[in-house]
Design a binder for this molecule. Structure first.
Ligand SMILES: [Fe+2]
Length: 207
């Protein structure tokens, strides 16, 4: 039976997706606050475990947004350039995440890199919650199907991270010799590292 886009179930499915994304945002912000209270020299292993956990959550969250949420938003939002900006922000964050992956608390600039990543993330969250999510909340879509795909993909990514951290890590965007991000890059999906997924399929379900 086809899902009805205006049904109570559809509204509940939409709320569920947005709540999951906002829960991620809250958890990430809390982890950053926790990190700020610590001293990387004195509390090295605790700092490292916060960073590891946060990077893992960021990877899953950004991957879900890149694969499912942004393609869905692009035709809906009044200003699709905001979606482009959010994608570029993810690219920059991927770069910082890659630098932190194998770092430990004793490394030069460990705290600075994580702090910059989190400050960047705070800005990104503000844009999403302030500008993009409100428009998503007004969109009429087959939210039940979107929610099924979103939650299924989320489970798969979380399971992949639990089995093998870094498995959901997109290749770091290429940089030129000065370390500047090459602007033409879009994160490439790496078929060998990703659980099977038909990307973009939910965009066709827009009604
Ligand atoms: Fe987000």
């Amino acid at each position: 039976m086809p899902h009805h886009p205006h049904s109570r179930a559809s509204t509940a499915a939409r709320s569920h997706i947005i709540e999951l994304l906002q829960d991620d945002h809250r958890r990430l912000k809390r982890a950053y606050r926790e990190f700020q209270r610590l001293d990387a020299d004195r509390d090295g292993s605790l700092c490292e475990s916060i960073v590891r956990r946060t990077l893992q959550e960021m990877r899953v969250h950004a991957q879900l947004e890149d694969e499912l949420i942004y393609p869905l938003m692009r035709p809906i939002v009044s200003d699709p350039e905001r979606v482009d900006e959010a994608e570029v922000e993810h690219e920059v964050m991927t770069l910082l995440i890659a630098q932190l992956e194998h770092a430990n608390a004793a490394d030069d600039k460990f705290s600075a890199r994580f702090a910059v990543l989190c400050e960047y993330l705070l800005h990104h969250i503000k844009e999403e919650e302030g500008e993009l999510f409100p428009q998503l909340k007004r969109a009429t879509l087959d939210w039940e199907s979107v929610c099924d795909e979103f939650t299924g993909r989320r489970e798969a990514l979380l399971a992949a991270e639990a089995r093998d951290p870094l498995s959901t890590m997109p290749d770091a965007p290429p940089t030129d010799e000065t370390g500047l991000l090459l602007s033409s890059h879009r994160p490439a999906h790496h078929p060998a590292r990703y659980p099977a997924h038909e990307s973009g399929s939910i965009t066709s379900r827009k009604i």
